[in-house]
Design a protein around this ligand. Structure first.
Ligand code: PLP
Length: 405
């Protein structure tokens, strides 16, 4: 059991009032708030050991390098990667996917090859592959979804051919909350010797992610969606791929020997970490993982399941409200429309009541097109939210309907 009151007191921003009303923050899918443990870790880094990593022989640089590599080890343990070399620090999910699309694409994709993604991807897991396809004259194939927002796995199997080079799917859909059967997807791909990238931007903070057990080839996520600092993220990649893939960005810190004639590169993981990385952010991200490990990932899963059930039940009570994304396996993300009231109007009225929701296409226009809508209202919850806040949302929506319906 989680002590929610105590947990909420560790997130200073949650005590805030908006327009004189207590803040109800249901935009955790976009970014989560940060506990004092993370804020203090970042502050401590700038106060006590800020110095550029790996390059100095001096005291502060040594400490900073140690903390950075300690953060890498903490994250390796959290996702259960086999080796620290398989954990690359990036600026976030988008940066990680671009890195794989470019680098894997450079090495392994040629004219006529095929890449499989799905209909419920975030634009970050669509556009880099599209750009790669344009560059290499390859083809993008898309796994269809059923009306409940779950992937059509049979259709996926039929998309695989001897030209398929990689499959890239989200662990969890940000727009609908669907948890995809990634192990099954990976199993099918691997039985055809095809690697799989899993976009874990919405997966890592809601479930027990074990990349070893999942057997994915790449797993990517952002620190800011998992209670950590902005501008941080991770690319987990199996060593066998990362060794073969060329560097993405080049410059300082990723090189071994530079002459004007030829440059040789550093070993993993540094080969993919050009320039000054967000070393303070990495320490903050590790603090976030320590924090959720302390809460217990199973406790988080249970708490969020209760919140999902409660909020779904309450929202379904509202006449004229339609939920998009009703698959059996979901995180507490509820995407809905209210009669034919425009989502922006709903979002703006809720905002005046202190309730933060997201409106629009959630950077996932293809899935909105699939449902023939231009957007939804999305309430994305996490463990620090409460059923009382859900009740406030319900009241707010009833008010919106009264005013606009
Ligand atoms: N993938 C998914 C599923 C997401 O939800 C997001 C952000 O919402 C991203 C990728 C992109 O993450 P970032 O903007 O942190 O790079």
């Amino acid at each position: 059991m989680l002590d929610i009151e105590k947990i909420r007191s560790q997130f200073p921003i949650l005590a805030m009032e908006v327009y004189g009303k207590p803040l109800v923050y249901f935009d955790n899918g976009a970014t989560t708030h940060k506990p004092v443990q993370v804020i203090n870790a970042v502050s401590d880094a700038y106060t006590n050991f800020n110095s550029n990593i790996h390059r100095g022989v001096h005291y502060l640089s040594d400490i900073s390098s140690e903390k950075y590599e300690g953060a890498r080890e903490a994250i390796r343990q959290f996702v259960n990667a086999g080796k620290r070399e398989e954990i690359i620090f990036t600026a976030g999910t988008t940066a990680s996917i671009n890195m794989v699309a470019f680098s894997f694409g450079e090495k392994y994709i040629g004219e006529g090859d095929e890449i499989i993604i799905s209909t419920i991807e975030h634009h970050a897991n669509i556009v880099p592959w599209q750009v790669l396809c344009e560059r290499k004259k390859a083809k993008l194939l898309v796994i269809p979804v059923f009306d409940d927002g779950s992937l059509d796995i049979e259709a996926y199997g039929k998309l695989i051919s001897d030209r398929t080079r990689i499959v890239a799917v989200s662990h969890v859909s940000n727009a609908l909350g669907t948890i995809n059967p990634v192990k099954e997807i990976i199993g099918i791909a691997h039985s055809n010797d095809i690697p799989v990238l899993v976009d874990g931007a919405q997966g890592i903070q809601h479930g027990d992610v074990d990349v070893n057990e999942m057997n994915c080839d790449f797993y990517v996520f952002s620190g800011h969606k998992v209670y950590g600092p902005t501008g941080t993220g991770v690319l987990y990649g199996k060593e066998k791929w990362l060794e073969e893939m060329p560097p993405y960005q080049t410059g300082g810190d990723m090189v071994d020997k530079v002459t004007f004639e030829k440059t040789t590169y550093s070993k993993l993981p540094f080969k993919f970490e050009a320039g000054t990385t967000n070393f303070v952010g990495a320490v903050g991200m590790a603090a976030a993982f320590n924090y959720i490990t302390g809460l217990g990932i199973d406790n988080i899963i249970q708490r969020e399941k209760e919140l999902l059930d409660y909020s779904t039940r309450r929202l379904e009570e509202i006449e004229g409200l339609k939920i998009y994304g009703t698959a059996k396996d979901k995180i507490p993300v509820i995407s809905f429309v209210l009669e034919d009231i425009h989502q922006y109007d709903v979002g703006m009225i809720l905002d005046k009541l202190g309730i933060a929701v997201r409106t629009g296409s959630h950077c996932a226009q293809p899935i909105m097109d699939r449902f023939g809508i231009d957007g939804t209202i999305r309430a994305s919850l996490c463990f620090y939210n409460t059923t009382g806040e859900v009740d406030a949302l319900i009241e707010g929506l009833l008010k919106v309907r009264e005013m606009m319906g």
